[in-house]
Design a protein around this ligand. Structure first.
Ligand SMILES: Cc1ncc(COP(=O)(O)O)c(C=O)c1O
Length: 534
């Protein structure tokens, strides 16, 4: 296999985009390799092997000596401009864009397995198209212990040429925040704000909403903030038939210092992007979206409750709108954002909840979409939630598998604080194995606990048999749910196979400590990088 450089002549712009996506089994070590590559991005750099430089809004990339890299080979005309883009996240995306009709025969992957044994990509999905919006998978490649440059012939794409489209800058959202159009309510359109004491989750909406529409030909239209209004949808819109819909849930807080803050919005946007990809909806530029959301909140800032127990709930929503009954990738979509002032989750104090654990009901399964925030995941849970209420419980404890693994509690991640068999204190939560939603609160609690270094912090599968044994041996200290709505929600009991297991609450309570630490960050009582000024 030749070791070669992929230096690019950027004199002629070409117009085919390829996305190489490392889909599965990428180690975190790879993420750090990517970060190195991203750090190398320096518009002022001279072009040289192993570096990236920028020409206008295009990045030209050539690479020969990094631990991991990508290249294009055997173009009909081998002078090409490439646009290289990495989001530094998993699954890792590398976009290579050409600005002229071209033919591609090989994709080159440089995977120096020996240089870093923890870097073990095993499967790479390659998509190609005329724009980010119409990419189609052309190849999935299994890599067997890669070492050095590997040529991947594009069978279907071979000699396939792509038509020219306009030369819009190829940001993932083609429009940027600076294009934002604002149609502000007239004074008579402004609605009265509810009393803090009357706030019910998701019932009151602020005066404005943000909308960005997309279609496969034009890409993203400019973002628009306008008075809250009903949507006009064709009755054949895909969202209404195949539930091509996803959403996010995040919050803005009014700090004790009067400043408005978001909590880790980048994590919500990363999750939204991964759900968009899985939903065949287009991706977008997360930073631009956060800027648009911030602007929406600034416009409706008086709706952010003046209270350190209430907040503004933010509901980004993404739907497929094209009027076509074909079960296929959408060609039209709408991303919109609603804001709702919300009160405290616990109206009468920090109140533990009782759970129904019935293994006949399953929320997610391997290979499914349990890790995605798609509306379609939630609809089937409502009936089961009702069953638990009829039996006198507040929430469902979702189990999975023959060994009744604990996965989530209601719409929260689950945590157990317990003594392990060696008598050590351990905070345990199920792993991100595709069955559970990767909660932003879950991540934050894990990071806090690891920072405290006071007890073991473990992400592993937990079964009901283990919970019962720990209960019988009095090793259970606390069980609680974690999510944006409540931050933490203690569990008082679990009803399982005809028995009721009362869950103790340790003193001092770990869930209380998490709640206090997180609230201090939310309401600006401590300065923390997770709190992002609006
Ligand atoms: C199924 C499910 N699990 C967990 C969570 C908690 O996630 P987060 O902490 O990001 O709110 C949510 C809420 O979004 C959820 O719907």
């Amino acid at each position: 296999m030749p070791q070669k450089s992929y230096a690019c002549d950027h004199s002629r712009l070409q117009q085919v985009e390829l996305i190489l996506r490392l889909v599965e089994k990428l180690h975190m070590a790879y993420s750090s390799v990517s970060d190195e590559l991203v750090e190398e991005f320096n518009p002022k750099k001279e072009e040289k092997e192993g570096s990236i430089l920028e020409v206008g809004d295009q990045a030209v990339w050539s690479l020969s000596s990094c631990k991991a890299g990508f290249g294009i080979d055997q173009l009909r005309d081998d002078s090409t401009d490439t646009y290289w883009q990495s989001d530094g996240q998993l699954p890792h995306l590398v976009n290579i864009q050409f600005r002229k009709k071209t033919t591609i025969q090989n994709i080159w992957i440089f995977a120096d397995y020996k240089a870093d044994e923890s870097y073990t990509p095993s499967r790479i999905s390659i998509r190609a198209g005329t724009g980010f919006s119409d990419l189609q998978e052309v190849e999935v490649v299994e890599l067997n212990e890669p070492n050095g440059w590997i040529a991947i012939p594009l069978k279907d794409a071979q000699d396939k040429s792509f038509d020219l489209i306009d030369s819009r800058p190829s940001k993932m959202v083609s429009r940027s925040f600076s294009d934002l159009e604002e149609k502000i309510c007239t004074p008579d359109q402004l609605r009265p704000k509810p009393d803090n004491s009357a706030l019910v989750f998701g019932k009151y909406f602020t005066d404005h909403m943000l909308e960005v529409s997309w279609d496969s030909k034009q890409g993203w239209a400019k973002p628009v903030i306008s008075p809250l209004h009903n949507l006009q949808l064709h009755p054949g819109a895909k969202v209404l038939h195949y539930a091509i819909e996803l959403f996010e849930g995040m919050k803005a807080y009014r700090g004790e210092d009067g400043c408005l803050r978001l909590f880790r919005p980048d994590r919500n946007m990363a999750r939204m992007l991964s759900t968009a990809k899985r939903s065949s909806l287009p991706t977008f530029d997360a930073e631009e979206m956060i800027k648009c959301i911030k602007r929406l909140i600034q416009i409706d800032k008086e709706w952010v409750p003046y209270s350190t127990t209430s907040s503004l709930y933010i509901r980004p929503t993404f739907i497929a709108t094209d009027p076509s009954l074909g079960v296929a990738s959408p060609n039209e979509a709408l991303l919109y954002v609603l804001l709702c002032p919300v009160g405290p989750y616990f109206t009468s104090g920090f109140k533990p909840i009782s759970l129904m654990a019935d293994p006949q009901y399953v929320r997610s399964w391997p290979g499914g979409c349990g890790a995605m925030k798609m509306g379609a995941n939630y609809a089937p849970t409502i009936y089961i939630q009702k069953q638990s209420e009829l039996l006198g419980h507040q929430q469902v404890l979702w189990l999975y598998g023959a060994d009744h693994q604990l996965t989530e509690v209601g719409t929260m991640n689950i945590f157990l604080f317990m003594l392990n068999k060696n008598g050590e204190r351990e905070l345990v939560t199920p792993p991100l194995d595709g069955l559970i939603l990767p909660g932003v609160t879950r991540l934050s609690l894990l990071e806090l606990a690891r920072e405290w270094k006071e007890f073991r912090v473990v992400e592993r599968t937990i079964t009901m048999a283990e919970v019962i044994q720990a209960h019988e041996e009095k090793r259970l200290l606390e069980i609680f749910g974690a999510g944006t709505a409540c931050v933490v929600c203690p569990v008082s009991s679990i009803s399982y196979q005809g028995r009721e297991y009362n869950i103790p609450r340790s003193e001092p309570s770990l869930s209380q400590r998490f709640l206090k630490t997180m609230s201090d960050i939310h309401y600006g009582r401590v300065q923390h990088p997770w709190a992002v000024d609006i």
